[in-house]
Design a protein around this ligand. Sequence first.
Ligand code: ADP
Ligand code: ZN
Ligand code: ZN
Length: 731
Amino acid sequence: MPPVTTLRVALPVPLPRVFDYLPPESLKVEGELSGRRVRVSFGSRELVGLIVGEGEAQDADALKQALELLDPAPLLAGELWQSLQWLARYTHAPLGEVLATALPVPLRQGEPLAETRPWAWQLTEAGHTSAASLRTGTRPQRLAELLQAGTMAEALLDDRLEGWREAARNLAKRGFAIRVLRDAATAAPVPALTLTLNPEQQEAVAALRAGAGFRPILLEGVTGSGKTEVYLEAIADCIAAGKQALVLVPEIGLTPQTLARFRRRLGVPVHALHSGLSDTERAQTWAACWRGQAQVVVGTRSAVFAPLPRAGLIVIDEEHDGSYKQQDGIRYHARDFALVRGKALDVPVILGSATPSLETLHNVHAGRYGHLRLRQRAGTAQAPEVRVVDVRKRPLEAGLSPETLAAIDRHLGQGGQVLVFKNRRGYAPVLLCHDCGWSAHCRRCSTPLHSSPMTVHAAGKRLQCHHCGQRQSAPLACPDCGGLALQPQGVGTERLEEMLLQRYATVPVLRIDRSTTARKDGLEKLLAQLADGPGVLVGTQILAKGHDLPRLTLVVVVGVDEGLFSSDFRASEKLAQLLVQVAGRAGRAQRPGQVWLQTHHPGHPLLETLVHGGYRAFADAELVQRQAAGFPPFAHLALLRAEAKHSDPPQAFLQLARRALEEASGGSLEISGPVPAPMPRRAGYQRMQLIVSASQRRELHAALDAVLPALYERQEARRVRWSLDVDPIDL
Ligand code: ADP
Ligand code: ZN
Ligand code: ZN
C-alpha cells in the first residue's frame, strides 16, 4: 500500500507529542495547512487542535479522520506562530497546550475569528430634528447630543458615555439613530499634547526615536517621573507610522483611569485586554489585532499573545511586576516572552520601572539593554521624605505606634489623605486560645510539623485559609479546652480599619484589598468616596501602584519585618520593590509627601541601604550577593514540583527525575531535592519539589529536553500531579 498523507495536529492534552489524522473528507488541500485549526475526535471527546504540518503513514486504517477544518487560512502564522513554538520548547510544555493558552477561549473552542468591522452610530434625519424633544440628562439624550457632531465609532463611544449601547438601541427603536459601517482610519480625532515634556523626558523620547529595529531599553524612573508620558510619545510615533503598539501593564495597573489617559492622549481607539472582559470581547480584540486594525492594545499578562502583523513597538510597564509570571498551566513570563517577540518582530521593547528587576539590571550591566533614566518627578512634585520608625517597646494599637498615630492626626488635620499599608488581608493572621495555646489551623494544609494558620475574618467571626480557600465560622469556645479565651493575634487590614474607623469618625476610612475590590469598578467606586477631602485608606499591595492620588501626603507601612527574614532568595528584592512602590504613592502632586516605615529592626541592612542609598544601591548590593551565592540572574533554574495525597509518589517521581537529569547532564547541573515544597501540604495534597540549577541556560535546556519526553510516559508520573517551571519566581 502506498503511504497516505496525514495532518500532524497539536492538541491541548498533557502529552509531549503531536497526533496524526487523515484529512477531513471535505478538505481540498490548497494553501498552507500549518497554523489552521481542525476539529478532531480524541478518545471519547472532540478537541480543537492546530495543524503543525503534514506527515505520512503506512496504515491509513489505524488513523482517524479529522472532523472539520476550521480556518480558511492559517490562524497562526509568521512571527506569532514561530514565537509560540519557541515558547513550547522553552517551557518544555506540550505545543498543543501552549497554543491553547495563547488563543482566546472562543477560538480554542473552534469558533470562527470574530467579526471586527468598524461599526459606528449616526443620527437619522428624524434624529437630528427631534433630538431636542428627548428628556435632558437621560442617556439617549446625551448620546444624541454626542452624535449631533457627527458619526462616532463604537470604540470611541465606549470612552465617552457609559451605558451607550442601551441608549443607542433606544434611539434606534425610535428611528433616531442607525448603526453604520465606517472606516476606522478616518475616525481618529487629532491628539492633543497638553503638557511640555521636561528635559529628561525629551532626552528619553529622542533616544527612542534615534534607533530602529529590535532594541530592549530599560526606562528607569521613580514613580511619578513621567514614564507614561514617554511611552505615550513613542506610541504616538508608532501610530503615525501606521504600526501597532502593544502595552503590557500589571494586573492591578489596568484601571479605567489608565485607559482614559491613553485614549485622551492618543486619539485612536485603545483596545483593552484583561481578565475583566468577557470571552467574546477578548476574542474581538484578538481578531482586531490579527487583522492589524487595532492600533494600540493595552493589556495584562496574556495580552502578550496578541497577534501583531504590523508591529511597531512593545512597552512593558512595571517590568518587575510579579503578575507577569503565569503561575500555573503554561508557566510563561510575559516580559520575557515579549522580549522574544520583540526580537522576532524587530521592534523596540521599552521596559519601564521605578524598581527594575535584578534580571533586567543585570542585562543592562552586561550591555544587552539600553538604559534611559528619569531622575526627577515630573511637574512640580517632590520626592517624599522617608522615616524609619523604631517601634520596639512602644505600645501598639492595631499595630500602630503612638508617634505614627500622631502623624496621621497631623496630616488629616491639614486636609491630607493617608495610606496605611499592611500586606495582610483579614482581621488577624491567627486565632489563639489564651488558656491552652490552641490555635486554628487549616486541616487541609497543615501537618504535625508544618502549621498553616487560618486567617481570622469578619471581626473574629469567620476563619479562612488563604492557601486553599477553605472557610468556616470561628468556634465560640476553644475546641481543645473548652475555654472562652479565644483571641485574634496580630493585625490584618480589617483590624486596622476597625481601629481607624473608631478613631477617625469624621473622615472616610476605606479598606482597599482583594475582598473589597473584587467587583468590577470596586476600586474606582471606593476611591470616588474619598474625593478631595481628608481621609484614610487601609490596604494591601493593590494600593502600591496604578492610582494617582494627588492629595495623599502620608504613607504608613506597617509590618515590613515579615519580609526581612524569608528563606526565598527573591524575598529581599520583592520587599524592596514593594516598599519603594508604596512610598511612591506619597506626594504625587503639589503637596510634599512623607513615608513612615514602622519596624522592629531599624538597623536592618536592607532598610538602611534603601533609605539612604535608594533602590539602585540596594539592587547593586543584592546583585553582588546573588552572584556570590550562584543565584539568578547568575544561574538558571527550573523547578519540578509533584503532589499527591500521600508523599511517596511525589518522592518516587522526583527521585526518578533527579537520576535521569544527573545522567543526562553528566553532573554539570546542581540539583537539590526532592524536598518538601515551602507549603508542604496544600488542600490535602503532599507537595515535594526538585530545584535544578545550571550556570549556562543551554545546559539546563539540553538536560530537560533529554529527560522530559520519557518522564511523561513513566508509571511514576501518572501517580502524581506534576509541573515544570523554567525560571521560577517563587521557590
Ligand atoms: P510614571 O508613569 O513615571 O509614574 P506619569 O507619566 O504617570 O509617571 O506622570 C506622573 C504625573 O506627572 C502625571 O499626573 C502626569 O500627568 C504628570 N506629568 C508627567 N510629565 C509631565 C510634564 N512634563 N509636565 C507636567 N506634568 C507631567
Ligand atoms: Zn484552649
Ligand atoms: Zn488550607
